[in-house]
Design a binder for this molecule. Structure first.
Ligand code: MN
Ligand code: MN
Length: 292
């Protein structure tokens, strides 16, 4: 199991390095997502979730649909969040770049918060203390952590298992145990420090079978159940089999009917810029091992 976590992590290390050359003005966001996902697969991994490419005030859950014409612009804060798995053991990792410019304090704040969090992770540590350290680090730069996004435990075929690692101090925490695997992901912003749902949805996950009247929706649901029973999937992944805008309507029908869960695009409430940095770690007795 830990070997699989490490293999998945090694794959993401390679892809993170290779994707850098795409992060310049004029690249289509769609091209980046397809590169990341195809490369994870060609390196022997499977996709733990669609590649998220969230720009500026968008914090998470933007994965370009097949018809997306968005291109990167100089000055954009671009967050690339990728997930690979081997036999269901997941590597979840993210980083931020500012297009055409050097790294700035907003990005540094999220990076240093992650470093500080990781340096204190070991068995016996309370997640609330980790959250406090993340909050303190980001505030020392004059920014806010995003309080309603958090790190999370990983388990086989489970991206967001029970336990979370907050990005702020919390009343009650959880004591980390030897051998547990967590994704830690501080977000820094010059905005509100809270994300809200947009109406747009490009990422979903299967919930349950339940009768649905629309024929196309039934077909789409059976495709989802067969291919993505556990982990999130992108609208884009279904577009080959179900071309055209009718797929949007089928997915909305399945959402309303409770067959699939919707991961709405998340943006900072005051439309501030957002940076994120994320690693997956294995908790050890006297420290932790970074897999990504
Ligand atoms: Mn992630
Ligand atoms: Mn994560």
């Amino acid at each position: 199991m830990y070997e699989d976590y490490r293999k998945a992590g090694e794959i993401t290390k390679i892809v993170k390095k290779e994707v850098e050359e795409f992060l310049k003005e004029g690249t289509k966001v769609l091209e980046i997502a397809e590169f990341v996902e195809n490369r994870i697969k060609s390196l022997g991994g499977e996709l733990a979730f669609p590649c998220n490419i969230s720009i500026n005030e968008i914090a998470a859950h933007y994965s370009p649909p097949i018809y997306d014409e968005t291109v990167l612009q100089n000055g954009d804060y671009v967050k690339i969040d990728m997930g690979a798995h081997v036999n269901g053991y997941i590597a979840d990792t993210a980083f931020t770049v500012k297009i055409g410019e050097e790294k700035d304090d907003l990005i540094r704040a999220s990076e240093e918060a992650l470093e500080n969090a990781i340096s204190m992770i070991k068995a016996g540590v309370n997640t609330s203390d980790i959250g406090a350290k993340i909050e303190e680090t980001i505030k020392s730069y004059g920014f806010k952590p995003i309080e309603n996004l958090n790190g999370h435990r990983l388990a086989q075929n489970e991206l967001h298992a029970d336990i979370t690692i907050p990005n702020i101090a919390t009343d009650e925490g959880y004591i980390l145990k030897d051998g547990e695997v967590f994704a830690v992901e501080p977000f820094s912003t010059d905005g509100a420090g809270r994300v809200v749902d947009e109406d747009r949805v490009f990422i979903f996950s299967y919930v349950m079978d339940r009768p649905v009247r629309l024929g196309l929706a039934r077909k789409v649901l059976s495709e989802i159940r067969r291919n993505y029973p556990d982990l999130p999937f992108a609208e884009r992944w279904l577009s080959k089999k179900f071309p055209g805008r009718k797929l949007d309507f089928a997915l909305k029908t399945l959402m309303r009917n409770g067959n699939i869960y919707n991961y709405n695009v998340l943006r900072d409430e005051k439309r501030g810029f957002v940076a994120q940095k994320e690693h997956t770690v294995i908790v050890k007795k006297d420290g932790c091992e970074i897999t990504t």
